[in-house]
Design a protein around this ligand. Sequence first.
Ligand code: EPZ
Length: 424
Amino acid sequence: MSQLLLLRGGRPLSGEVKIQGAKNSVLPILAATLLARGQVVLRSCPRLRDVDASVRILRSLGCDARWEGDDLTVDTTGMDCCGISDDLMREMRSSAVFLGAMLARCGQADLSYPGGCELGPRPIDLHLSGLRELGAEIREEGGFLHCRAPRLTGREILLRMPSVGATENLMLAACGAEGTTVISNAAREPEVEDLQNFLNACGAKVSGAGSSAVAVEGGRRLHGCAYRAMPDRIAAATYLCAVSSAGGDIFLRGAEERHLATVTAALREAGCDIRRDETGISAVCRGRLRAIRPVQTAPYPGFPTDAQAVLMAALLRSRGATVFEENIFASRYRHVGELARMGADIRVAGRVAVVTGVEQLHGAPVRCTDLRGGAALCVAALAAEGETRISQICHIDRGYADIARDLTALGADARRADEKENDS
Ligand code: EPZ
């Protein structure tokens, strides 16, 4: 039974929420568990659909993975397979990151091309060319990848662009290579640094993550560990945009502003009062926001593409017009049509979208187009008069443990309902 989110907007937020562990840290870390002999405990691991998909992949490889309260315990000692089924690969775009870990662990991997996704084509050419440079033989046949790497040899790899997934995949493969690998023009996202910290907690020797050059000393035997992923900066950005949209006064426990400085800078420019201390981030927003200078998404430390949709939603009733330029993904404005059903004024031309603030938004039946586009519908619904009925929320559940629970904790009138129940 598919579920809906029912959100009644028009009132300010007030409350506190604890920020979940970062989806984009936990997913590569789960692939990295293939490199560790022994038990890995991920403390306070977020219960996400993408995490469930990764758990199913690990189990299909013969590994043990089970929840103990909020902790996810993985033991890959019993791994007895080096292939991932097409169905499992299609469930989650980022399953490509298992490739590097499987090659490092067992010297072979058979898997299908990860599906495209709502954001447009998601090629993995940088992943494959880097793995080949490390010595992997990869045959692409009928949508499948047959990879053999009896021996991986460390070397310098220069990425054509700072791909997050390619950087992470090559870090994992390099752990199984002889000698040292240096990944140049590496992605600098905080989640890459979190992966480095996890690997080093397992006994690896990785350095430089967060900069454009990541060095991995291969050939080390890794052991298990207990690890807590960094807080989810995009979930934090989402809730900051929610209070900017609806107004109010909230506290995000555990959020670290240094990871989302470009987002908080934009919201301060729009008129939000955002403060931080060592326990989290507080935000107070009163009255209508102001339009802001152009927002151009870019690799970290630039403005994160994952926060583009939710910032756009926060500015729908601002005074003036804001220009967005989406430079990372080819099709990341699919939420615009749904926001327009709520009264938003957004014009799209290629990579550019112009948001002109309107006086009023109204609740409407809308449909999630993708993970962050769905979150943007929630942000807009909080500022809309009346009830908004958001369907296809399985997209949102991929990246937010329970967005209705979190928004309710922040004072919103939000609840999940079964699609059927709501048709009555
Ligand atoms: C990661 O995706 C994140 N996902 C994405 O978050 C995020 O939007 C993205 O990085 C950018 O920050 C996870 O970490 C699980 P990329 P990834 O490789 O690794 C092109 C979310 O909402 N490219 O940096 O796939 C690619 O097509 C998700 O949480 C190639 O051309 O991002 C895209 O246009 C969405 N060839 C651009 O680079 C390649 O081999 C950025 O991709 C790889 C990528």
